[in-house]
Design a protein. Sequence first.
Length: 115
Amino acid sequence: VRMPSIKGTASVMDNHAMTKLLRTTKFPACFSQSVNLSKIHKAVMTQWVEERIASILGFEDEIVQSMAVNLFFCSEEVDPRKSQLDLTGFLGQEEAAQFVQQLWTLLLDAQTHPT
């Protein structure tokens, strides 16, 4: 009996593997800028995250959508690099990179223009 491979394994990698990936992966320059989440309208951004994840996957997946929201909005300190690596197992490497870069750019803009 052959078991199907399971996506999402990036979210359970050990610290050594995460540290190595953080060191060897090239991330966008905007990831070096921090976001003050208290200046962000979280409900609007949560909706964007959920819709974008559904668009990438081609269907709604509440687990992946909730995970993405939690990676960015459940802590005051967010590391977009780690979030990208955590999402890679669910979205794929290229899609996760694009998604996190788009979201981080939106968050940087939203904190300077809160509405």
